[in-house]
Ligand binder design. Structure first.
Ligand SMILES: CC(C)(COP(=O)(O)OP(=O)(O)OC[C@H]1O[C@@H](n2cnc3c(N)ncnc32)[C@H](O)[C@@H]1OP(=O)(O)O)[C@@H](O)C(=O)NCCC(=O)NCCS
Length: 107
């Protein structure tokens, strides 16, 4: 994790990692619709089942938000499978909104 554009934040309890988030900074080159901007992408986030619903996930996202601000990133974004309704409820609760709609079909 020597790449300054990536961060791995961990939550530790009694010497054990109980959650982590991996985030990365990207530069959107801009185009006709918008100017170039920097954004943080959350690649992975997980909290061990035994420690969920205790504010650990929120604290991990807060760490990412602080990092994003310090790096002058305009947004923090992530992708989540539509079937993962628990994660969607979590993201919505802490303030995420749909910004880009990613669609798919079975060929
Ligand atoms: C999603 C995840 C990271 C949330 O972590 P967490 O530590 O449990 O979240 P928090 O305790 O900080 O939750 C904050 C708020 O989000 C909402 N929330 C969290 N989990 C929820 C759930 N399963 N269902 C509904 N709302 C939920 C609640 O409003 C919660 O506050 P409350 O407990 O006071 O009501 C965790 O459930 C997880 O690791 N899930 C499995 C991996 C996963 O799906 N990762 C995301 C892949 S995109």
């Amino acid at each position: 994790m020597r790449d300054p554009d990536q961060r791995l934040f961990g939550a530790v309890n009694d010497g054990r990692v109980i959650g982590f988030v991996h985030a990365q900074i990207f530069q959107n080159p801009g185009g006709r619709a918008h100017k170039p901007f920097r954004f943080v992408s959350i690649e992975l986030i997980a909290v061990t089942a035994a420690h969920q619903r205790r504010g650990v996930g929120r604290a991990l996202i807060d760490a990412v938000k602080d990092w994003a601000r310090s790096r002058k990133a305009r947004i923090v974004h992530l992708g989540v499978y539509e079937f993962n309704q628990a994660a969607i409820a979590f993201y919505e609760k802490i303030g995420f909104k749909v910004g880009i709609r990613y669609m798919e079909l079975t060929p």
